[in-house]
Design a protein around this ligand. Structure first.
Ligand code: FES
Length: 107
């Protein structure tokens, strides 16, 4: 059985939510992406306040520590101290308004 992370509605549109086991879920309208909540710069969570993620234009999420900016779509750092590094993706699928870890997409 696939693990339900959260519902699509729980994730702020254009923002992020931490769900499951330290998974950052990002949402733009009906689309969502998920990554391990670990910044590739210092291997620490992107946020320092619980569930507070700084997102811009529904396109970029910023690490709260040294302001690295990551694209929603592929988790790539496009500005900041770890330019070119990527967040680790967590495969998900959306079913009936729920966001589930996609076991088949793992590995
Ligand atoms: S820990 Fe994220 S930018 Fe430094």
């Amino acid at each position: 059985m696939s693990e339900v992370l959260c519902t699509l509605d729980e994730v702020p549109d254009g923002g992020g939510l931490e769900a499951g086991d330290a998974v950052l879920v990002l949402r733009r309208a009906d689309e969502a992406w998920a990554y391990r909540n670990v910044c590739p710069h210092f291997s620490i969570p992107l946020n320092y306040e619980p569930n507070t993620f700084w997102a811009y234009g529904g396109k970029l999420v910023m690490c709260a520590h040294h302001s690295a900016m990551f694209r929603f779509e592929d988790g790539e750092c496009i500005d900041g101290p770890c330019l070119g590094a990527k967040l680790t993706p967590v495969p998900i699928r959306i079913e009936g308004g729920k966001i589930l870890i996609d076991e088949d997409g793992r590995g």
